[in-house]
Ligand binder design. Structure first.
Ligand SMILES: [Zn+2]
Length: 144
């Protein structure tokens, strides 16, 4: 019987992580101040120094990959602007630029979900609970 609440917690966490990832990746592309949503979540979790140290390599990888994808999304937006100017209507270049941007957005979302799941491996049950709460709060704010 003890395993039931853990499974429920885990499933809720997975759902929350996916939602948080969507939120974080949306914010990441909307403005340059994107690092803050991700950083905010980390700060709120109050990770111990030990957890921080264990997470550091994953964190470094995530930030580097995210920077690449954000640059790719910006490049796709520049492509789109140029294509609209050049074609003046819906055409293959416009379509290609949108496709490029969508691909990068999808990759960013995947990367973020993976990163969140990576973090959840290092959380205590209390932190996992807090993580859920923060996510639902953030999403409720975003939905207003
Ligand atoms: Zn992180």
């Amino acid at each position: 019987m003890r395993s039931v609440p853990r499974i429920v917690l885990f499933l809720s966490l997975v759902i929350a992580v996916a939602a948080a990832a969507a939120l974080i990746s949306t914010r990441a592309t909307r403005s340059g101040a994107s690092v803050d949503a991700h950083q905010w979540l980390h700060d709120q979790l109050r990770l111990s120094r030990e957890q921080d140290e264990k997470l550091a390599p994953a964190e470094k990888r995530f930030l580097a990959q995210r920077a690449k994808l954000v640059a790719e999304i910006r490049a796709a937006n520049r492509d789109l602007a140029a294509a609209i100017q050049k074609e003046g209507k819906w055409g293959p270049a416009v379509e290609a630029a949108i496709e490029r941007g969508s691909r990068a957005q999808g990759e960013l979302q995947r990367l973020t979900v993976r990163h969140c799941l990576e973090i959840s491996d290092y959380l205590t049950p209390e932190q996992a609970k807090r993580f859920l709460q923060l996510t639902s709060e953030a999403l409720s704010r975003e939905a207003d």
